[in-house]
Design a protein around this ligand. Sequence first.
Ligand SMILES: *Cc1c(COP(=O)(O)O)cnc(C)c1O
Length: 401
Amino acid sequence: MSAEEQRVAALDAADPLAGFRDRFAIADDALAYLDGNSLGRLPRATPARLAQVVEQEWGERLIRSWGEGWMELPRRVGDAIGELLGAAPGQVVVADSTTVCLHKLAAAALAARPDRDEIVTDVDNFPTDRYVLEGLARRRGATIRWLDADPSPEQVAAAVGPRTALVSLSHVAYRSGRILELDAITRIAHAAGALTLWDLSHSGGSVPVGLDAAAVDLAVGCTYKYLNGGPGAPAYLYVARDLQDRLRQPIWGWIGRRDPFSMEPGYEPADGIAAYLSGTPPVLGIAAVEVGVRLVAEAGIESIRAKGIALTELALELADRWLAPHGVAVGSPRDAAQRGAHLALEHPDGERLCERLAQRGVIVDFRAPTTLRLGLSPLTTRFADVLRGVAVLRDLMEEST
Ligand SMILES: *Cc1c(COP(=O)(O)O)cnc(C)c1O
């Protein structure tokens, strides 16, 4: 064993979360899967839970299952996610996709500020976030104030004003992994009279968020990344309690109506967070999300955060030693406190390197034009996987020089 191999073996042996890897299906133990920030691994309990929902709840209980727990799923699993995000119960539901949740909440925010016509976001916000905001701006005759990527509170402060209706940003940036200053930015937006909408897709299940403590208004996030809910799993949305009855989301459906089964004419929103639902809950999808969320909760978000820092610190150190000499630059913050659970590496040949890594059993992802992301999902990534990933990348760079 090399000195590095001994070192990572010791780190893995001392890792209090190491046992969680066994709770996931691992088809190929040698694969360095550094992409759990894009599609989290399959929890071993998920297939059995889905079989139970399909065979018993659907196959045997049939429509009775709606009254035996299905109807409560969006709120029950929403509350479990809320706990990870620092939100008291009754403020989070699971529904729709992140894109649709974002649309619903951004539209609700704009409607709540009818005398304002500006939306603040940044040029490198996740594409779907930018497109949703552009579409809404077009329809409402609003203007987007574009900030530079990964904006600081000062940059937000310089952009907001009496015309700002909404500040919409990602808490952990999907490209750089930078953690934006959610507390300070939320305060700045509020001081200008604007509402805040945070995308937590790269935060939920990887870093603590503190939604209630920061007095965030609105948030959305994805469940198939660090929450391991499975491909295309439904998203979650958060509406702060004091706003729930003051805002109105645009997709009026029967499931968000007061007393849906009254079948009455005219839409009247349900009380509280239920008004942010629209149609029938995707039961199979939410059942899978619940398994992933329970695993994250069992491990504890503070422990997950600590391991996320340790994994990215190791990746950063190895990248500096082994990759920087080959022209690979680190695109993530060097300060662990400002970095989520993935590390961005920048190289003009990133796309080809990503493919060649995959051929050697190292799965990372590429984000055009130059970013390789090493996603180090803490529950399933070993320190040895980090070493292997960076070492194989170093070998590829050496071969090509
Ligand atoms: C992954 C991700 C999404 C995904 O949106 P979908 O509607 O599920 O496709 C949205 N926003 C951010 C910031 C993401 O990272």
